[in-house]
Design a protein. Structure first.
Length: 254
């Protein structure tokens, strides 16, 4: 009996460890475009884990020195990267948050990992008329899976683009999986567009139209004028202040 127990205990431990897992099961990348060339990006990854792996996850979550590379090793995934960035530009404001345990039950638990950052030079802008600007997404900023036929969304991934509420879609390819176009093929009043797993992105294109109000045009004009002539304005102020000082001195002491 003792020999049997000595045999069964390691076997049970081995069996328990065999069912330990930490798996990334889905990716959701959301790009929030604006009326400049940068974008706010939010990426979430859903992690499934066994009950025996919860302790390890919580320990790693509390660690302050784990890098994205370390987390990628822990989770055995290559999805923990920035999927939106211009290779000729930069990102800023990066944050990474491994979320708390959710849906804890007998079959395991889940957690959500969240990355947030600002990506620059994601769009280009063209002035096509008075107060009318077309913003075009730079497809070179996509950093998803590369396949034999080009870039594509990986399995269980979702890619979303959100445009400002007072803008309108000009063109898109491939057509989004959500929302559906109306009966004439337009996406009137839609501001969120989504593509699901496996979608080919090698020829991705996306552009939207922004129409400025007259007030916005005037404000932008003077803001640009101030930015372009800041030094000249300061010099003019100094000259005028000097002339006024000389005038006061002459009036008082002459």
């Amino acid at each position: 009996m003792r020999k049997l127990l000595l045999y069964l205990i390691p076997l049970c431990l081995l069996s328990t460890n065999a069912f330990a897992y930490l798996n990334v099961t889905s990716l959701n990348t959301t790009v929030i475009l604006s009326k400049n060339t940068s974008a706010d990006v939010v990426e979430t990854l859903l992690v499934n884990m066994s009950n025996s792996s919860i302790g390890q996850y919580l320990q790693d979550r509390q660690a302050i020195n784990l890098t994205l590379s370390d987390w990628s090793t822990v989770l055995h995934t290559n999805l923990l990267i920035q999927h939106i960035f211009n290779p000729n530009s930069s990102i800023s404001g990066f944050t990474f948050l491994p979320g708390p345990i959710i849906n804890h039950h007998s079959k395991g638990a889940q957690a959500i990992l969240t990355m947030r950052y600002v990506a620059y030079n994601i769009t280009t802008v063209q002035n096509i008329g008075p107060r009318k600007f077309v913003y075009t997404f730079d497809s070179a900023a996509l950093n998803f899976e590369h396949t034999s036929s080009g870039e594509a969304l990986p399995a269980n991934a979702r890619f979303n683009i959100i445009i400002p509420s007072d803008t309108s879609l000009v063109s898109v390819y491939p057509e989004p999986d959500y929302p559906y176009p109306n009966f004439v093929g337009d996406y009137n009043n839609a501001t969120t567009f989504s593509w699901y797993e496996g979608e080919p992105l090698s020829e991705f294109s996306f552009s939207y139209l922004s129409t400025e109000s007259l007030q916005q045009e005037v404000t932008t004009y003077f803001a640009n004028l101030y930015a372009n002539f800041t030094q000249q304005i300061y010099l003019l102020v100094i000259i005028l202040a000097s002339i006024f000082s000389v005038y006061v001195y002459v009036k008082v002491f002459a």
